[in-house]
Design a protein around this ligand. Structure first.
Ligand code: CIZ
Length: 334
């Protein structure tokens, strides 16, 4: 039973039982259904498509046209006819969608849904790194601002960071920003010389090796799938290190029927929905991103009604440079 769905169901559960001693049942409207219906009706009228990141609330994922990681989603919409993209995720994801879809209106239903890791480095700090390491190539994780992407040679996601770094000239060092854990994961796999920025994801920082040990003890035989944003001790204890999209594909193919998932707990909704015969347990309930959970059905409806908050990259030069680093990644890993 998905907790968030359960929580909402409790809040809006229609009264459908007979009132004792009275004829017939009193039916109250199911507000949850009606909210989803309103969103779908308005989305159709606005020619809007609703995208949800794998870390979104269960009810947001259930409502979305597409669910996936940020890159899968941004690429998906390039093939879809829609005037408006409602991006249920955090700001850098909506920015990536806006960079790749400049002719469309991109809405982020809560303007305050940010990414603390993306804000741990700015463009000026990247320029300082480049001055300190002349000739180095800058690789930025997609969890970065458009300004940082514009200062970078090439972008990467957690799904393709190893391939992206392997595509670069091995004689030249790599500056990797902003996530230290993904950076070290890539360094372990590629053995490249890397200058790694000390950023981190506060949500993944909640996951500790002791949580994995406790979960393994409670669920013997379960396979541990951890995200490379986890710290080194967690990575060392995991069976597989995978991005969220890779976790979904892996869980479907694997013969294993029980998994401990070490990443933001929103992914459990998709894993459980797509694999009804398998069991998925969070490494810790604390791995819950407060920013991802800022997007609610009410805010999606509000956003479609007002067509705001809009995320747009209006500086053409900035856009061109940021898109170049994303397109270069797409040339390496299509
Ligand atoms: O690429 C993404 O969307 C992020 C931030 C993580 C993942 O593995 O999906």
């Amino acid at each position: 039973m998905h907790r968030a769905v359960g929580r909402i169901a409790l809040r809006y559960r229609p009264f459908s039982g007979a009132v004792a001693g009275r004829e017939g049942a009193v039916q109250y409207p199911n507000m949850q259904t009606s909210l989803a219906d309103q969103i779908h009706t308005l989305a159709r009228a606005r020619h809007a498509i609703i995208l949800a990141h794998n870390y979104q609330l269960d009810e947001v994922q259930a409502l979305a046209d597409y669910t996936g990681d940020s890159l899968e989603l941004s690429r998906k919409v390039r093939d879809v006819e829609a005037a408006v993209i409602v991006f249920c995720g955090v700001r850098f994801m909506a920015e990536t969608a806006a960079l790749l879809n400049p002719e469309r209106t991109v809405l982020l239903p809560d303007a305050h849904a940010g990414c603390p890791m993306a804000d741990m480095i700015d463009a000026a700090q990247v320029r300082v790194l480049k001055a300190q390491h002349p000739g180095a190539q800058v690789v930025c994780y997609v969890n970065s601002t458009a300004e940082v992407k514009a200062e970078s040679d090439i972008c990467c996601t957690s799904a393709n960071a190893v391939e992206v770094v392997q595509s670069l000239d091995p004689a030249v060092p790599v500056i990797f920003v902003p996530d230290q854990h993904l950076g070290h994961f890539v360094q372990e796999r590629t053995r490249r010389e890397m200058i790694i920025w000390p950023g981190f994801c506060p949500t993944h920082a909640h996951i500790q090796a002791a949580d994995i040990a406790a979960a393994r003890a409670t669920h013997p035989g379960a396979e541990v799938l951890a995200h490379p944003e986890c710290n080194a001790a967690v990575r060392a204890t995991a069976d597989q290190l995978l991005s969220t999209g890779q976790m979904c594909r892996y869980a479907q193919r694997a013969a294993t029927r029980m998994f401990i998932i070490a990443t933001e707990i929103g992914i459990l909704y998709r894993l459980r929905t797509e694999n009804p015969g398998k069991q998925f347990f969070p490494s810790t309930e604390c791995a819950r991103s407060p920013n991802m959970k800022k997007i609610t059905l009410e805010k999606i409806l509000w956003s479609l009604q007002r067509l705001e908050p809009v995320v747009a990259i209006t500086n053409a030069q900035l856009r061109e440079r940021a898109v170049r680093s994303i397109e270069r990644m797409l040339d390496v890993v299509a």
